[in-house]
Design a protein around this ligand. Sequence first.
Ligand code: PLP
Length: 476
Amino acid sequence: MENRQDATPVLDTIQQIRDEGLYSFSLPGHRFGRGIDSHTARVLSRSTFEADVIMAKSSVGEAEDLYAEAVGARQAIFTTCGSSISIHVGLLTIAGPGSTVLVDRNVHKSVVASLILAGANPVWLRPAWDHEREVAHPASAETVARALEDHPEIDAVLLITPTEYGTGADVKKVADLCHARGVPLMVDEAWGGHFGFHPDPPTAAVQAGADIAVQSLHKADGGLCQASMILVGGDLVDPVDLRLRLDLITTTSPSALVYGSIDGWRRHLALNGKELIDGALQRAGELRDQLRSVEGLVVDDESILGCEGVTEWDPLKLCVDVSALGITGYQAKEWLSSERQIAAQLGDARRVVFSLTYADEEAAITDLFQALKALAAEPPRERRPAPAVPALEELNLEQVMGPREAFFAATEQVEDPVGRVSAEMVSPYPPGVPAILPGERFNRAVVEYLRAGLAAGMTIPDASDPELATFRVVKD
Ligand SMILES: Cc1ncc(COP(=O)(O)O)c(C=O)c1O
């Protein structure tokens, strides 16, 4: 019998237009690559331009239906400007001016931007702090329940799960808590685009009851950069509202390449996802076993499921603690890049994190093992002090103004911001979680953490002063 998931409406339309030899006097001006020079063609490939067929957007609706069917969503909406835009769209749908949203404080900066755009007020959900690993896990369902009790004014809830470190919240329980109050639940599931294609946990948020799930298909998955997905579940969110919000803020010239990559990825995973992800899980398991025998490295495994807030765990996130080697994760990341041409997903004060996917070949996994073994045998000599990571409680900053009010207030740059109200986001990247955001009051711990982090190799791309000599605060 014919498998509907075998179809690729967007890819077929791109192919058909190329085969028809259509000459377009419309956009894009490069005329399917005819106009590009040989240098550009060498680097980007002429076929990239040949496939840049904007008319292919006419078949996106059909491709979205197939996607929704494949992952058990009510609707799927493809977006081409990254999950940052999908998050803006989702938040603008569940919240508006003056509404109150219970939001994970561990959010990506795009969520804070969404609050600013919407003029919504956050009630912060404090993540669970793992004192042993010095890392944040999702807030527990009990914490969400307490917050909902304490703040009956909450209109919507936004969780981030899984975290950049692969630990996941109890979405099912949180969805039940929200729905008992008629409150929609949105999940930033940027790292979980493949979850819906494999039966084992982690469970895809939309299958666990989320009303909106946002996924970056260019992260652990097969989409081109900026490929993102908004999945709608349940009946608390009107998909028409979502599309109107998307129309408000996205481009009118979406990339056919990005759409095509989502379409092809869905077909590939719908047909072969179980086998592909099984392969990735097996490689991850074997690599973990090998790394366990390397002195000086500590690798996270399923025992993390016992920690507060951790209901699900993604074994494809490989977190390797290198602190026993006397180096930071920043140094390990730099060393892997310069000495072994291996790029890690992130380095932090203690560890390096690798995103393993369905696409990795055995040889790459072997190289990664050999590289980590070599790093452990001879860590870089130049020892840089690890910035003391303050306990989460010390970074629980007081929100004294709404994010929008503070962002648009009169501001000034000051050398000593302690006690002042921030007018900016300062987000160590990755993961891009703001250490401070507009409307929060600076304390000494956050200032010292950021300055020491920068000196130790932390990347902070969004600070108004990249050297952190000054910070942008609301004028008194
Ligand atoms: C958890 C999370 N949410 C959202 C985003 C934004 O995704 P994008 O880069 O696709 O805009 C990121 C990006 O790093 C992320 O890690």
